[in-house]
Ligand binder design. Structure first.
Ligand code: AMP
Length: 496
């Protein structure tokens, strides 16, 4: 283990953690409703600040950081901060701007803080599951913010419950805080490594104690986490756009299988796993992350632009106009336009004030919210052969609705081009994808799907094209939702 002062962190291999003897710690043993099933998948953003200057208002910095990560979760928001060596936490349902105001922030003023934004699917939308989670013991207080999904949370939870440890939520992240708390008497470093021994799945984890801030990323690096530098402190964040938002300087991504611990006068970094194949979520680049973020050396905007260019090479069609579905379809549409020479136009506008389509809980509401969300600029599309670009098709709601309103606005032809391969499989590692039977590409072939969408033609980016868009080499990505192969064993699906 190596310690260093403010500088570029160094890493040293750490002992590979053993597993529970005689127990298969995979999700199939997990009987708790919603603990791993595809009903409970969270999309979250995590953020943390640690400053050496006691006057710094870390809670307000975290508030800004969470604003920048709002696209990762709109259901609940929370901030925990260290004030006079005491951990205070405030959280609530809603957007960051709805949960916090200057008065609330002033009550948690202090030099270190962590924050969380969360979105989970129906049934688990409650304040009990909002993060950060906080635990207090005679050894001190701990708060955690977790993005990801554990595949063995139920088994570990049962073991902890058998040991008399109580739970207050149905969230897998509570397993993590209870494990850390159980081990905390051995010190933070040991508590973290001992915790990581027991958990499987995806995690970008931020931990705050009375005197330290820590970050950990799972051995495959499925969810992103990066390190930034402030004048007098450090930042950990899901995406680099949040480091920018607080005026920080991006230092580097936290490596898969790495723990970073920031104390007042030193920063410590170590790997806790043997080298494993990377499995960074490709969907982060396709849709989930902000275009101004850089994840594991790849700019999200550039990858979307390249995906559009490659899509143009793979399946060009003669047309008068290419439009992208805002927001994530726009860079791809620009790329498609570049490679095919088809003029790019705005064509579709999106209301800035409507949340992500998926937030609507039923198909009926989802369809209506798509029409509230997007509209067509008639003068731009009327009488034209239009190529409509989107980042992905999940249930098909967005594309179907947009084909229909483009036609109503007088488009002569509508050709759909999708900048990712068909989503046919669920994600078990932290992105909300519906059950297999709701994934339209799993249920229908290309021709039927094209007819159902009402389009003149339909094409998806190939898997090879997607990998090429991610900087031209396979650095190791999770393509699970496209090909059904995951970097670690995926839990069984619930049959409905
Ligand atoms: P759908 O309308 O069901 O086909 O979903 C595809 C649309 O939703 C695309 O426009 C994407 O930008 C967006 N999208 C894709 N994946 C997700 C997700 N996991 N959560 C929320 N929105 C998504």
């Amino acid at each position: 283990m190596r310690r260093f002062l403010a500088g570029i962190p160094l890493r040293k291999p750490y002992v590979h953690p053993p597993r529970f003897e005689g127990l298969t710690l995979n999700g199939r043993k997990d009987k708790k409703e919603g603990m791993y099933s595809d009903k409970l998948h969270e999309e979250c953003g995590v953020f943390g600040v640690f400053c050496s200057d006691p006057e710094t208002d870390a809670a307000s910095l975290t508030y800004y950081g969470l604003f920048a990560l709002q696209h990762r979760g709109q259901e609940s928001a929370g901030i925990a901060a260290v004030k006079n060596k005491t951990l205070e936490c405030r959280k609530g349902m809603g957007l960051v701007g709805e949960v916090f105001n200057p008065e609330i922030l002033s009550r948690i003023h202090g030099p270190a803080a962590i924050g969380h934004v969360r979105y989970s699917t129906s049934g688990t939308s409650s304040i009990e599951n909002a993060q950060p989670f906080v635990s207090r013991s005679k050894f001190g207080s701990i708060a955690i913010a977790h993005n990801g999904a554990l595949t063995n949370a139920g088994v570990v939870r049962e073991l902890l419950e058998d040991a008399g440890i109580g739970f207050t939520s149905s969230c897998d992240s509570e397993v993590i805080i209870n494990l850390i708390t159980k081990n905390y008497k051995k010190g933070l470093e040991k508590a973290l490594t001992d915790t990581i021994k027991f958990i499987q799945g995806s995690y970008a984890l931020i931990v705050l104690t009375d005197d330290a801030l820590a970050g950990a990323r799972d051995p495959n690096g499925i969810r992103p986490l990066c390190l930034g530098k402030l004048d007098k402190g450090w930042v950990l964040a899901s995406e680099s756009c949040a480091v920018d938002a607080v005026g920080g300087e991006f230092v580097r991504d936290v490596e898969p299988g790495e723990v970073i611990i920031i104390y007042k006068n030193e920063v410590l970094s170590f790997s806790f796993s043997e080298k494993t194949r990377r499995g960074v979520c490709a969907f982060e680049y396709v849709y989930f992350s902000r275009p101004d973020s850089r994840i594991d050396g790849v700019d999200v905007y550039d990858s979307r632009l390249r995906a559009g260019q490659i899509l143009g090479h793979e399946s060009a069609v003669v047309a008068d106009l290419v439009v992208g579905i805002p927001d994530s379809g726009i860079p791809a549409a620009i790329g498609y336009s570049k490679s095919t020479g088809t003029p790019f136009g705005l064509g579709i506008v999106k209301s800035k004030y409507v949340g992500r389509t998926f937030i609507a809980p039923s198909q009926d509401l989802r369809e209506r919210s798509v029409s509230v969300k997007h509209n067509v600029i008639r003068s731009e599309v009327e009488g034209k052969r239009v190529v409509l670009i989107d980042d992905s098709i999940v249930r098909g709601t967005t594309s179907r609705r947009l084909v229909s309103i483009l036609r109503q606005a007088g488009a002569k032809q509508v050709h759909i081009r999708i900048c990712s391969p068909p989503v046919r499989f669920p994600c078990f590692f932290g992105i909300d994808t519906p059950h297999r039977k709701e994934l339209i590409s799993n249920m229908t072939g290309l021709t039927e799907l094209c007819a159902w969408l009402g389009a003149d033609s339909l094409a998806f980016l190939s898997v090879e094209g997607l990998l090429e868009s991610l900087a031209g080499e396979d650095k190791g990505y999770c393509l699970g939702c496209f090909i059904g192969e995951y970097p670690i064993s995926a839990p069984g699906e619930t049959i409905e």
